[in-house]
Structures are given as structure tokens and as C-alpha cells.
Design a protein around this ligand. Sequence first.
Ligand code: GTP
Ligand code: MG
Length: 345
Amino acid sequence: MRQREEFAQEAVEEEMDMAKEEDMIEIKIPADGIKKAGLENLPGVGASTAEKFREAGYHDLMSLAVASPGELVESVGLSEAVARKIINSARNNLDMGFQTGDDLLKKRERVIKLSTGSECFDTLMGGGFETGSITECYGEFGSGKTQIGHLLAVTAQKQDPTAVTVYIDTENTFRPERIKQLAEAAGLDPEKTLSNIRVGRAYNSDHQMLLAEKVEDLIQKQNLNVKLIVVDSLTAHFRAEFIGRGTLADRQQKLNKHMHTLLKLADSCNLCVYVTNQVMAKPDTFFGDPTQAIGGHIVGHASTFRIYLRKGKKGSRVAKLVDSPHLQEGECNFFVETGGLRDVK
Ligand code: GTP
Ligand code: MG
């Protein structure tokens, strides 16, 4: 019988190979600015085809422009040639919507920063977790990723009593009791706080993607003031479902679509997206920390802020800001406590 270590080693080698393979695949995250033209305007697309597209989750030109012909063949039942033609005309019809610098500055002024309750963590993040962006925390088990998700759901409401959180839970780790504790510590009504959190339990990666796509309905049809989306964990289902060499391109394509849905929501609805991610061991590291986030470049590039969480001394946690568009890299130490986060003095 083979040893467990041998299997573990093989799994690590496989991820490494996949990571190398990924360097050769280039999937671009599209720029902002989506023209809300009807799908019916595309040549050869009538009302019924447009409806099929919508049912399959393609609501606008951008989603078609970034789709692959294979995806359309599978989900809508078109021939490959027609799929290609439609994708091309969607690309041609797309207004990339360049914005002026001062428009963007005005947009930046609308950004809300969700506090973590820890002074040093907030400082590290330039005031808190920003709306309009995706913030990713990756780290080993027990490093505090889920706790931060719960905490943000509470602080969002402390800052704005009408704020709604959508919590996409893939590992069944959302705990209403924990929300109650944190809400009480923050001086909020626990029942009301819980009623402003919508939890979607995702059973597989498709379900997870669908839940993210449905957030737009909550905002537009139910008029909810969604200010935070938590996806905990972003990558676990994808990692479990796409095993082995040769599945990487499909996995990354789907992850890319998922990240794009989240990014679009963050940007168009000025809400904060918080995602958690696992790490894997990198056996060929000789210096520094031998861990690496799952999900490769797709997750790395789509996340606006990346934070690496690890366990520190005496039960504390260390958060390291690894990537950010305008903040300095840095670290901070805190404890996870019943009432929230507390700085290490
Ligand atoms: P995985 O999902 O397994 O990868 O881990 P994670 O990074 O999501 O870890 P999580 O956020 O679940 O952190 C768990 C840690 O938070 C525990 O080991 C505890 O130290 C701490 N913690 C969780 N709840 C409480 C609490 O109510 N009080 C205190 N003091 N600590 C807590
Ligand atoms: Mg967790």
C-alpha cells in the first residue's frame, strides 16, 4: 500500500504542474464599462435565442464577448460557427466606455471602507475593506478567514443600519450564533443584524456561480442595499471538482467568469466583495514562506487587495498585505476574540 505522504506529494506536484501550465494560458479580465445594449441587437439573435442566452446566464454583451465558443455550444446549443460569429459581433458592439480621470476620482470618493474593528488592520488596509473592490484573504486552516467574513457582515451594519450582506457559504461554516455574539459586542440588535444577512449555501461550483449571479436580482428586484458579498471559500469547490492535469483550463475559465461577476457587482453597485482562499505548500521554496494561494493568476489578478493570514505568536494572527493598487505592503498583528478583533499591543 502506498503511503499517505506519497499521495500528498503527488497532489502537490500536480498543483505545481498546473501552476506552470497556467503560465501559458492567458485569460484577460475585461475592463470596466459595460454597454447595456440588448442581446437582440446582435445579428442572428432573435427574441428566443436572446432568452436562451439569459437563461444560461449571459445577460449582456460583455458576458458574451468574454465567453468561449465551447461554452455557448454547450449551454445554449448553438453550432460552433454561429457561436463564434455571435461572440465576434458582441465584441465589435462593445463600448469599452473609457472614463475620464476626474470621473474616476469622483467614483473613488464614493468608496466606503468597512472597518475590521482592529486599528492596526484598518491602518494596513488604508481605513478598512473597500467597496468597489474584491479583497481576498488566503491562509491556512484556522488563520481567521471565516471570522473576518462574519465580522465584516456585522461592521457593515454598524456603519449603515440598512446595509445587507450576501454570504455565499461553500463549506458550511457560516454560524448565526457567531454573528449574534459579534453584533452584541458591537452594540447592535442581534436579530436585526441576522435578518440583514442573506446566506446562500453553495453545493458545487456551478451553484456558487449562480448564487453570485443572483445578487443582482436582490439589488434590482428586491431593492436591497447590498453592501457586502462574502464568498467563503472562493476556491474550495473548484479545487475539489477539477482534479488532474488537463482540467486546468476549464477550471480557470470558470473561476474567471465567477470573479468577473463579482468584480462587476463590486464596481457597478459600489459594494465590497470579500473572498477567502486556501493555500498549498510549495515544495521548491528554500527561503521565506513556502505557501502559495490557490487559483493562480486568475484569482490573483482579479483580487484588488490580497491579504495573507497566518498564525502568529501566542495565538495571535498576522495579516500581511501582499498586493494593493495604492497601499504600502505591510503587516499587522491581532487576536481573534469573542467580541471581534483586538490589536496586539
Ligand atoms: P479554514 O476555513 O479551516 O481554512 O480556516 P479559517 O481561516 O476560516 O479559520 P477561522 O476563521 O474559522 O478561524 C478559526 C479560529 O478563530 C479559531 O481557531 C479560534 O482561534 C478563533 N475563533 C473563532 N471563534 C471564536 C470565538 O468565538 N472566540 C474566540 N476567542 N476565538 C474564536
Ligand atoms: Mg473558514
